[in-house]
Write a protein that binds this ligand. Structure first.
Ligand code: MG
Length: 395
């Protein structure tokens, strides 16, 4: 079904491929709003995310390294900006909708708990008998219910396409029943090409920046990396391409140059492979992409790049995500989340009034999960220190 579009949106649609998420496919908004004269519907979606509280909190949430470990490491905020930048570039090269992709990229990590993946795992365990916790479901809950910025509606009232694009898998919490029709549609469709591009760019971004941050933090060892064929080949190719200048550069700059070259190659490969498949399959329009029974979904890497990324990811998993320093930070985070969950569940009056007000409607545990998962690392730290009477540096 096509939505009404403004003159600006019609002009933008003319520049995009027929299989892109055109503005006329936005699906409109759950709460009806007139179009804006100066911004397209997806630009408005993106702007609403940038101005949300949940987005600002990403600056104080751990990706891999605890937020206070150093000022140069990525946070979820800088990671989201990097994913948005890469996604825009890939989409523009493929005549896909860069504003739509940017919206999804900026929103993709909104629902993460404090303390990285360990926070999510422990919250999911604590919520096992109360509907579980999943960060994608939580992102959707934030933009559709929890953000309070508008008089007319809860949440940000994003376009239906953006909400559907945020549904990586067709699952929502029971308390978000208003999203059930979108979930059911999503269950019957392939993802939009832009959504799959954002997913791929998320992976490209975190693999390469975790390598860089891991080396900077001296948690990864260059000798160990040299044992990886993918790394060795890229090092040699970059050294050859840059000659003397590369040899004379300081080691950290050489490392950065190699990682930058690897990332560029992965992005180029994603663009070329996807372009090739689209040319081969020649879908007539977006509907054909969404409903085709793809043996080969168009968004993909070449086999060589797929193997290279898998090799790097395996290395990071074994050497970085499970190294003792990261494990210590994770365990520390888990204990804080566990403690706070118990406190708020036992004493709901410790939560702010506007959270307590929702208990009757959606149940105590979902409210605790909403409150706790929205916290930044440092806020959770402070709450823990305050409520436990303990110094978090000594647990
Ligand atoms: Mg991410």
């Amino acid at each position: 079904m096509e939505s009404q579009t403004s003159a600006l949106e019609q002009r933008l649609d003319e520049l995009l491929a027929p299989w892109a998420m055109l503005h006329r496919y936005s699906g409109g908004r759950l709460f009806l709003e007139p179009p804006h004269g100066l911004r397209s519907c997806y630009q408005r979606d993106r702007d609403r995310i940038i101005h949300s509280k949940a987005f600002r909190r990403l600056g104080y949430k751990t990706q891999v390294f605890i937020n206070s470990a150093g000022d140069n490491y990525r946070t979820r905020l800088t990671h989201s900006l990097e994913v948005a930048q890469v996604s825009r570039a890939v989409c523009s090269a493929l005549q896909l909708n860069p504003d739509f992709a940017e919206t999804l990229a900026l929103a993709h990590d909104l629902g993460h708990t404090p303390f990285g993946h360990s926070g999510q795992d422990v919250l999911n365990r604590l919520m096992r008998d109360h509907g579980g916790f999943e960060h994608n479901c939580q992102s959707l809950r934030l933009v559709s219910h929890l953000e309070q910025r508008y008089l007319e509606f809860d949440g940000l009232n994003l376009t239906r396409s953006a909400l559907k694009g945020m549904l990586k898998r067709p699952i929502i919490y029971d308390c978000d029943a208003s999203l059930a029709p979108l979930r059911d549609e999503r269950a019957r469709e392939n993802p939009a090409l832009e959504a799959a591009i954002v997913d791929a760019c998320d992976r490209i971004a975190y693999i390469h920046h975790d390598l860089e941050d891991g080396l900077d933090a001296a948690l990864l060892d260059l000798e160990e990396l040299n044992a990886l064929p993918a790394w060795r080949e890229s090092w040699h190719a970059t050294a050859q391409a840059n000659g003397e200048r590369f040899q004379r550069a300081r080691l950290p700059l050489r490392i950065r140059t190699v990682i930058r070259a690897m990332m560029n190659q992965a992005i180029g490969d994603l663009i070329e492979t996807t372009r090739g498949r689209l040319a081969e399959q020649a879908p007539r329009d977006l509907a054909e992409v969404l409903h085709a029974d793809h043996a080969e979904y168009p968004v993909a890497y070449s086999r060589e790049m797929r193997e290279r990324l898998a090799e790097l990811q395996k290395f990071l998993f074994q050497r970085l995500y499970r190294c003792s320093r990261v494990m210590q930070m994770s365990r520390r985070g888990e204990r804080i989340v566990e403690f706070l969950f118990g406190e708020y569940a036992a004493h709901p009056a410790l939560m702010p009034d506007h959270y307590q007000e929702r208990i009757e409607l959606i149940g105590l545990y979902r409210v605790v999960s909403d409150y706790l998962s929205g916290m930044t690392d440092r806020f959770a730290d402070r709450q823990f220190a305050w409520l436990s009477g303990r110094d978090t540096d000594r647990i």
